[in-house]
Design a protein around this ligand. Structure first.
Ligand SMILES: Cc1cc2nc3c(=O)[nH]c(=O)nc-3n(C[C@H](O)[C@H](O)[C@H](O)COP(=O)(O)OP(=O)(O)OC[C@H]3O[C@@H](n4cnc5c(N)ncnc54)[C@H](O)[C@@H]3O)c2cc1C
Length: 301
């Protein structure tokens, strides 16, 4: 099912139908609006509930340098707005949105500008991890940034066989890492095809990260893994300032609040923007039951 949805996501007819009707059909459950103004309302509500957030201007695979420059300008405005509104919000972005497909140096210059802009506001940038074909340049760019800057983090995906090695190589930098299971369609030559293996790899990655990373963001809605992290951190006396939980806007909202009530730091990834289609498709693929939610909305229209 996951494969069918992710493959269907590239079908032209599906794309144009969902792009036309998607917001009304249910994208709004996962996307905090098409504009920054709409998103700010949601971010403030999350903050008021005790949740931190990161925001993302949705988009990926920018195909020209002017487009990538426009994304940089848009993110500078996002940081300025977050500061003006006094929000507890940082930014997570994708290097292909900043022009990685056009060249690694271009993406590096663009993201470095944003990390420095964020630093001017005492804020932070996380670089999302995308498909495996851009993993190496993404980690190289992260490394270059981290060598001279504190306010930047990256992401590792437990479904890839190579990830324990990537973690080991990053550790000397005292990195700020988000660990995730992985959201893309990857072949079995490089990624565990079975969910139970992905979950087991996640446990190993999380434990190593909790013990040894500078800061670990445990990004999952999987309650078993969250409980495991809590018990592991208690057993190993890992202070709560060294890790946080992260979840997606619209997914397991009660669990988010329960963790805050228990005194944990919880950050909600809260994207916005008109280019929400691939993001929505990944959310549907993670939980095909979400398709039912979309189809029910379709029937009600
Ligand atoms: C903050 C954050 C940042 C992320 N960043 C990246 C990234 O940079 N790169 C990347 O490849 N992936 C990223 N992901 C996605 C991640 O890789 C997984 O695809 C996603 O989190 C689903 O896996 P899970 O850990 O929640 O566990 P699962 O085993 O998939 O889900 C556990 C339970 O959570 C609930 N759930 C999970 N997903 C959904 C959903 N979409 N809708 C409704 N309920 C759901 C269900 O109850 C499910 O039973 C990110 C996820 C989060 C939370």
């Amino acid at each position: 099912m996951k494969r069918a949805i992710l493959v269907g996501a590239t079908n032209g007819a599906v794309t144009s139908f969902v792009e036309k009707h998607g917001m009304r059909l249910g994208a709004a459950r996962f996307v905090a609006g098409e504009t920054l103004d709409e998103c700010v309302v949601v971010l403030r509500r999350l903050n008021d509930q005790g949740l931190r957030a990161n925001t993302t201007l949705l988009g990926e695979d920018t195909t020209d340098a002017a487009g990538a420059a426009a994304v940089v300008t848009a993110y500078e405005e996002v940081f300025d707005r977050i500061a003006a509104e006094g929000l507890r919000v940082n930014v997570a972005l994708k290097l292909t949105h900043l022009g990685l497909g056009l060249g690694e140096d271009l993406a590096y210059e663009n993201v470095a500008r944003l990390v420095d802009h964020a630093a001017g506001h005492g804020n932070f940038v996380r670089i999302d991890m995308e498909r495996s074909d851009v993993l190496e340049p993404t980690l190289r760019v992260y490394r270059r940034l981290r060598e001279s800057r504190d306010n930047v983090g990256c992401v590792l995906q437990s479904y890839l066989y190579r990830t324990p090695r990537d973690l080991e190589e990053l550790l000397p930098l005292k990195p700020n890492i988000r660990v995730v299971k992985g959201a893309y369609l990857e072949p079995s030559e490089i990624a565990y095809p079975e969910k139970e293996d992905v979950d087991a790899a996640y446990v190993r990655l999380m434990e190593e990260g909790l013990r040894r990373a500078g800061h670990l963001a445990i990004a999952t809605h999987d309650e078993r893994l969250i409980d495991h992290a809590i018990h592991f951190a208690e057993r190993e006396s890992i202070p709560r300032e060294r890790f946080e939980f992260q979840m997606l806007y619209g997914v397991r909202p009660q669990l988010q609040l329960d963790l805050v009530a228990r005194g944990y730091d919880v950050l909600i990834a809260t994207p916005y923007g008109p280019a929400w289609y691939p993001y929505l498709m990944r959310r549907l693929a993670e939980r095909p039951a979400n398709l039912l939610f979309v189809l029910q909305n379709l029937r009600r229209r």
